[in-house]
Design a protein around this ligand. Structure first.
Ligand code: NAP
Ligand code: ZN
Ligand code: ZN
Length: 352
């Protein structure tokens, strides 16, 4: 058993604070990873605050993990001590159902085992995430990190990156696709970069005008401030595809009206409940879809794509004791564009 420093919350209203957890020595097919960086995703906040229901405490969030293999189980052949690896939103699944067999483990029929706020396959052992100095994981649920990229800027790709890559890829975004990315936060800004790398013409839709210059610098060719009068009417029926990353409750009909006939809006943001009228879809034969992270194979494909196109997140690196302040800033949409925790700051706590 390995005593491990972490940051945890004990209830939906409590701040995150230092907390000690125990990691096991890796079994035959597991590795022990020393966490180097962990990105801060809005899904951490939704769950810390129990906005999706069913949260269990103490909760150690974190699912955008980049780290170094420091120990391997005796039958592990894929990984060696010193390898730089990534861990995303899930650490296991049933391995047998149709979804798992198709490499879409996130849709596992028995339910994927999430990296935090979940349970291991035994259904009893709670999972604790990446706001910690080390984590023990199965050899089959980790990713190879391209070391040509700065690691702190790669960490957010493990959730934000795959979550936007998967639908852009699945819906065939290519050269000259005319698309919009709604919400310029962690997911949105990586979405713009990946879509631009795929050759698309990208417009950013943001709720204020504050992020206009940033959006254009990220590669967008146009910008719409949705809070401005007439933003929705003057941009009606403009796009073939919309990637919607908004984290707060909003009116989906407004954005659907920006799609051309047969267009598609994919939701990746998970606010509840939603506002939707059937006629928004029916009158222009539109498609409304959702998408959940991506499987291990596709996540590796995304990392390799990002290495090839030099796509990384724009990050603000923080020590772990600034995490509560970071949450407040994320909630005010004041993040440019992903907070990433430098886990050295937690390691220091462990050794003092
Ligand atoms: P984030 O960094 O906080 O970005 C969300 C963005 O939504 C904000 O930057 C803001 O963009 C926009 N927004 C916030 N409040 C708004 C409001 N009231 N009206 C309009 N726009 C608003 O969050 P994130 O980490 O990118 O995550 C976004 C969402 O995706 C969250 O709900 C998260 O749980 C979910 N998520 C889903 C998956 C999946 O697999 N489907 C994976 C990861 C995360 P502007 O300032 O530009 O308007
Ligand atoms: Zn996430
Ligand atoms: Zn399965």
């Amino acid at each position: 058993m390995i005593t491990t420093a972490s940051y945890a919350t004990i209830s939906a209203n409590a701040p995150l604070a230092p907390h000690t957890i125990v990691r096991r020595n890796p079994n035959a097919h597991e590795v022990l990873v020393e966490v180097i960086y962990c990105g801060v995703c809005h899904s951490d906040i939704h769950q810390v605050r129990n906005e999706w229901g069913g949260s269990h405490y103490p909760m150690v969030p974190g699912h955008e993990i980049v780290g170094k293999v420091v120990k391997t189980g005796e039958e592990v052949i894929k990984w060696r001590i010193g390898d730089i690896v990534g861990i995303g939103y899930f650490i296991d699944s049933c391995h047998q159902c149709e979804a798992c067999a198709a490499g879409e483990e996130q849709y596992c029929e028995e339910g994927m085992n999430t990296t935090f706020n979940g349970y291991e396959r035994d259904g009893r052992t709670p999972t604790y995430g990446g706001y910690s100095t080390r984590i023990t994981v199965s050899e089959d649920y980790i990713l190879r990190i391209p070391t040509s990229l700065p690691l702190e800027r790669v960490a957010p790709l493990l959730c934000a990156g795959i979550t936007v890559y998967s639908p852009l890829h699945r819906f065939g975004i290519k050269s000259n696709s005319n698309i919009a990315v709604v919400g310029l936060g962690g997911l949105g800004h990586v979405g713009v970069k990946i879509a631009v790398a795929m050759g698309a013409k990208v417009t950013v839709i943001s709720h204020s005008g504050n992020k206009r210059e940033d959006a254009l610098a990220l590669g967008a060719t146009d910008f719409i401030a949705s809070g401005e009068a007439d933003a929705f009417t003057t941009n009606a029926r403009r796009f073939d595809f919309i990637l919607n990353t908004i984290s707060a409750r909003h009116n989906y009909n407004d954005y659907l009206n920006m799609l051309r006939r047969d267009g598609t809006m994919v939701l990746v943001g998970i606010p509840e409940p939603m506002l939707l009228s059937a006629s928004s879809l029916v009158l222009q034969r539109l498609n409304l879809a959702g998408s959940l992270i991506g499987g291990i194979r596709e996540t590796q494909e995304m990392l390799d794509f990002c290495a090839e196109h030099r796509v990384v997140a724009d990050v603000e690196v923080i020590p772990i004791d600034r995490i509560n302040e970071a949450y407040e800033r994320i909630l005010k949409s004041d993040v440019h564009y992903r907070f990433v925790i430098d886990m050295k700051s937690l390691k220091e706590l462990e050794t003092t």
